[in-house]
Design a protein around this ligand. Structure first.
Ligand SMILES: C[S@@+](CC[C@H](N)C(=O)[O-])C[C@H]1O[C@@H](n2cnc3c(N)ncnc32)[C@H](O)[C@@H]1O
Length: 432
């Protein structure tokens, strides 16, 4: 933390920087505050919780400025004040929990009288270890209802007698629990992912009935099965045990459908502010053809649809595209169309159909594929609005555009309080 003096062990040494791990804090920073979560330091979720919120915002904006300067070579960009999250805790609308057959023991569990044979876990990963899971009591980023639900699922799954999945042996049944909830409409989606085992389906059915009785706020329950060896909380096949199989959230005036596997911004209230900035930066006049790249369930495109001539969204997840069309129907939006597929291939198809006036691009953390950036340079929209959750890949992509585009403004957003992550909206204008 800035202001701390620490003893650190250097792990990686490069020409102009080194990476190290803190061994001991010798003197504390003036920005330090005692963290509220009892799992702080063990869990990888929010390790900035010990920095006061005002300073978290300060260092996030600084990180954006540094990335632009070091990676894009831009030192005079207009990096505006960072927009704070409306909620500093309990802001997440999605939590993913992992089952484990061999749980990580917390210091107090090791000290107490503990049955070492009893290692069933449902919780979060220990920081830095993809294969170690500890039993959390609750998480300050989720709602109290989601925390209570997670504990109940742990209790019921353990009582079923079926084993948790083992990442080492690739056997066992219970794999992941994903809880999604809306902030404006009070709906909750439970997605349970297990190994495929038809004989064990009745255990999931009975768990879902018990859960529905205790948590009336659950609007839908989905069971998916996965045989994948990778630790990804998604399934190959799904069945809806009750409810419609999706939930609906309101952002501003618009309603959005969220299914088990589609992307939706995790901080709904801050996302509203982000989308309003996209609108503001785009400065639409009503005549524009707009591309919404990496569109997910179409939320940004649908947000701006009434201000433009037409929107073309492109997204790799087919379920998200289905949701995007449903979202258009829900909101009575008729000027959006969507293409499903990998953007690096689909963008050429979109370019053959016509050139956009404005492009909105909201890629995942890795940023845009170089072929996507190249096509943007070819089709040369007058304005590009780049939305990004990773200032480093944003700066790298912006650098590739700078011969033809000028950065007009950047507004950072805190979508992820208590973590080092920062989101940005950047406005780039064509030079001629
Ligand atoms: C940061 S999300 C943005 C979603 C959307 N704009 C929103 O605000 O809800 C990035 C999206 O890119 C999609 N994606 C990832 N890789 C992709 C690719 N190669 N081609 C097209 N879409 C991709 C993801 O599925 C995800 O929906």
């Amino acid at each position: 933390m800035p202001g701390q003096t620490v003893r650190a062990r250097i792990g990686k040494k490069k020409k102009n920087y080194a990476e190290g791990r803190v061994v001991e804090i010798l003197s504390q920073s003036q920005y330090y505050i005692p963290p509220e979560c009892p799992h702080f330091g063990i869990c990888g979720g929010c390790h900035w919780q010990d920095i006061s919120y005002g300073h978290q915002l300060h260092w996030k904006r600084n990180h954006v400025i540094e990335c632009l300067s070091h990676i894009a070579g831009v030192s005079e960009a207009d990096v505006q004040p960072i927009v704070a999250s409306p909620e500093q805790f309990h802001y997440r609308n999605k939590m993913e929990f992992t089952f484990s057959a061999k749980r990580w023991l917390l210091p107090d569990e090791l000290e107490g009288s503990f049955d070492r044979e009893e290692l069933f876990a449902l919780g979060l990963h220990v920081r830095g270890f993809f294969d170690k899971v500890f039993n959390i009591g609750g998480c300050l980023l989720e709602s109290p209802a989601a925390a209570a639900l997670m504990k109940k699922v742990r209790e019921l799954a353990k009582a079923s007698g079926l084993p948790a999945y083992s990442i080492r042996n690739h056997d066992g049944f219970w794999r992941f629990l994903v809880v999604r909830e809306t902030k404006r409409t009070g709906q909750m989606l439970v997605h349970l992912i297990t190994s495929a085992n038809p004989n064990a389906e009745s255990a999931v059915d009975s768990l879902s009935r018990r859960l529905a009785a205790d948590f009336p706020e659950i609007s839908t329950f989905i069971h998916s099965t996965s045989d994948s060896k990778s630790q990804v909380a998604a399934g190959n096949s799904s069945r809806v045990l009750f409810g419609p199989g999706f939930i609906e959230e309101k952002l501003g005036e618009r309603t959005f459908r969220i299914s088990a596997n589609s992307f939706f911004q995790t901080n709904s209230l801050a996302a509203e502010l982000l989308y309003d900035t996209v609108k503001e930066f785009a400065g639409f006049e009503g005549t524009e053809d707009v591309w919404d790249l990496y569109c997910g369930t179409g939320s940004i495109g649908i947000h701006v649809a009434s201000l433009v001539k037409k929107v073309t969204g492109i997204e790799i997840v087919a379920d998200a595209i289905n949701d995007a069309y449903e979202n258009c129907r829900l909101n009575n939006v008729r000027n959006c169309s969507f293409l499903a597929g990998d953007l690096k291939d689909m963008i050429k198809m979109a370019a053959e159909a016509g050139r956009p006036d404005v492009v909105i691009a909201d890629p995942p953390r890795a940023g845009m594929h170089p072929k996507v950036v190249k096509t943007l340079l070819d089709v040369a929209p007058k304005r590009i609005i780049a939305v990004s959750c990773n200032p480093a890949s944003l700066a790298r992509d912006a650098a590739l555009l700078l011969d033809s585009y000028e950065i007009k403004a950047i507004r950072p957003f805190d979508l992820f309080p208590q973590t080092p992550h920062v989101e940005c909206v950047m406005m780039l204008d064509r030079k001629t």
